[in-house]
Design a protein around this ligand. Structure first.
Ligand SMILES: Cc1cc2nc3c(=O)[nH]c(=O)nc-3n(C[C@H](O)[C@H](O)[C@H](O)COP(=O)(O)OP(=O)(O)OC[C@H]3O[C@@H](n4cnc5c(N)ncnc54)[C@H](O)[C@@H]3O)c2cc1C
Length: 512
């Protein structure tokens, strides 16, 4: 049992496989004897969707030694500064709110909610406390051509071409980080007497042995789900989305502005994502097949894409909301779609891949007899994270006032709301969301994200319990004045998003 963990075998060459391979190889490149081998099927391609990310992607890329300029040039990448939720509250044409990626001004020192609620009634919460809504509405970038790689003026993540991203990571990991790449269809798994995986068997390359196996086989969940039999926990009772129809839509003009936020527009039975890349937009409708038909969904997507909607090709993808009961069993850990999936409303899938890869890279067990300790921690950490993400996604639905389809009213049925979220909603009647509500020191969605969604959707904390003192009011006024000044400066200083992308392609960003 005291065998050293030297040979890591990753099965699956989608974004999950390559991010995990890259993070582990970059972290352990100098440790003698650790090898990373990635095996992928030459016949089953990666899923090819997944274009919205979270700001963690900046540090993930940096830790793999990737140049931001190269990444942006080769992956059609653009900047993402948050999400604009349109038609989620009452479904009317001018109904929208923002979940920006910057924290509210002074967050952590002073909570601006009490002051905003009492003195700024009628003004959008995110626009009052954060400059980023205006930056997005003006189509501006979050940095300048003189801002070094990965540094920001306004916090940002990326939008990227999923297919090009996988190709880029493959080249980087194999040429710069020493990852061995094997093309092979896994057809069988050989077990050790203790139930561990001893080797995978591929049709083309025969047996491949390893000490730790990472299952990145997408919805197949070949090693953890099929071979080790870890059950799938279906969360379709809370999150109803079970289908996607996706399209790639070229811009009408080469110089069309590029949105620097994801636009999520509420529909009869789900919502449409709209992501601006350099030469095209990625647009898709995720919907509940219990509440609409495939034909109606396709018609809604084409109506949204108009005028290109008639001719554009579409692709349908089934979705199962939920996750595995455990993510690490024996010497096998699942990352990415093999671990589970929830609707892409807040781009939580790739961030979970990054967090999994980070924990694997940083806490890689040195020996088999310490592996079970790391596995327990990993399972506890990620079960907590999946539950928090489910609560956070559901929060987007429960405050909607839409009644145009049972999709919206069913989403508000109390039996579909997790108890943990119901408890938080009761607490937030009396005080705003704060860091004390969450126990992890590394939350996927911080309390500020809950504030943006809650108050953006029209929720109000009982003013009876929210009386800011005179000194708190003065401090809040100062913070809001600072925010307004910073917003004015940002609007003058920041370039148009497309203009910055063109400059990055032409000249590059200053290296870190
Ligand atoms: C509609 C939709 C929209 C999404 N939008 C977002 C988003 O905006 N943001 C976000 O963060 N995420 C999003 N996601 C999720 C995102 O696409 C995935 O998390 C990401 O692409 C990682 O996928 P993966 O690598 O786990 O799986 P895949 O890309 O499916 O890769 C699976 C790999 O396993 C290999 N494989 C399978 N079986 C075998 C076998 N028998 N032998 C050998 N190899 C095998 C395949 O060859 C492939 O390389 C979205 C997902 C969907 C469905």
């Amino acid at each position: 049992m005291n065998q050293h963990i030297k040979h890591i075998v990753i099965v699956g060459g989608g974004a999950a496989g390559w991010i995990t391979a890259g993070r582990i190889a970059a972290r352990h490149a100098r440790d003698s004897g650790i090898t990373v081998t990635l095996v992928e099927s030459p016949t089953i391609g990666p899923i090819g969707v997944g274009e919205g990310t979270w700001p963690t992607m900046r540090s993930t890329l940096m830790k793999m030694g990737i140049s931001e300029t190269d990444f942006m040039r080769e992956c059609e990448a653009t900047f993402k500064q948050g999400a604009k939720f349109a038609r989620w509250v009452d479904g009317t044409a001018d109904d929208f709110y923002y979940h920006p990626l910057m924290l509210p001004q002074g967050f952590g020192q002073l909570d601006l909610v009490p002051y905003w609620q009492s003195a700024c009634a009628g003004r959008s919460f995110s626009d009052t406390v954060c400059l980023q809504e205006q930056v997005c509405e003006h189509g501006l970038a979050p940095k300048m051509i003189t801002t070094p790689e990965y540094a920001s003026v306004a916090n940002y993540a990326y939008h990227l071409d999923a297919g090009k991203f996988v190709g880029f990571l493959t080249r980087h990991c194999t040429t710069k980080l020493g990852v061995t790449h094997i093309q092979g269809d896994v057809t069988a798994v050989n077990s050790a007497p203790n139930g561990d995986i001893a080797a995978i068997v591929t049709a083309q390359q025969g047996e491949i042995a390893g000490d730790l196996f990472i299952d990145c086989t997408g919805f197949n969940s070949l090693l953890l789900g099929k071979h080790l039999g870890v059950p799938f926990v279906d969360r379709g009772d809370v999150l109803f989305i079970d289908k996607a129809i996706a399209a790639q839509v070229p811009y009408e003009r080469e110089d069309a502005p590029i949105a620097s936020h994801t636009i999520s527009t509420g529909q009869a039975a789900g919502w449409i994502w709209d992501i601006g890349l350099v030469t095209r937009r990625g647009i898709g409708y995720v919907y509940s097949s219990r509440h609409t038909s495939d034909e109606q969904a396709e018609a809604a997507l084409r109506a949204y894409i108009r005028p290109a909607g008639k001719s554009v090709g579409t692709r349908s993808i089934p979705i199962r909301s939920g996750h595995r009961q455990l993510f690490w069993k024996n010497n096998c850990v699942a990352v990415g779609l093999a671990a589970g999936f929830l609707e892409p409303l807040e781009a939580s899938a790739l961030v979970l891949v990054e967090l999994s890869a980070d924990m694997l890279a940083e806490q890689l067990p040195a020996t088999r007899d310490t592996m079970d300790i790391v596995a327990r921690r990993f399972n506890d950490t990620f079960l907590y994270r999946w539950d928090r993400i489910i609560d956070f996604l559901k929060l987007h639905y429960i405050l909607s006032k839409r009644t145009d389809n049972a999709f919206w009213t069913d989403n508000r049925a109390p039996e579909t709301i997790p108890d943990s979220l119901k408890d938080l909603m009761r607490l937030w009647r009396h005080r705003p969301p704060g860091n004390c509500d969450f126990t992890s020191n590394n939350e996927v969605f911080p309390a500020a994200s809950y504030q943006y969604v809650l108050y953006g959707m029209g929720f109000r904390t009982d003013p009876e319990f929210l009386r800011p003192s005179a000194s708190e009011q003065r401090a809040a006024q100062e913070h809001l004045a600072q925010n307004s000044a910073a917003a004015r400066k940002a609007l003058k200083m920041l370039p148009a998003h497309r203009e910055l992308i063109a400059k990055i392609h032409a000249y590059g960003l200053p290296a870190v």
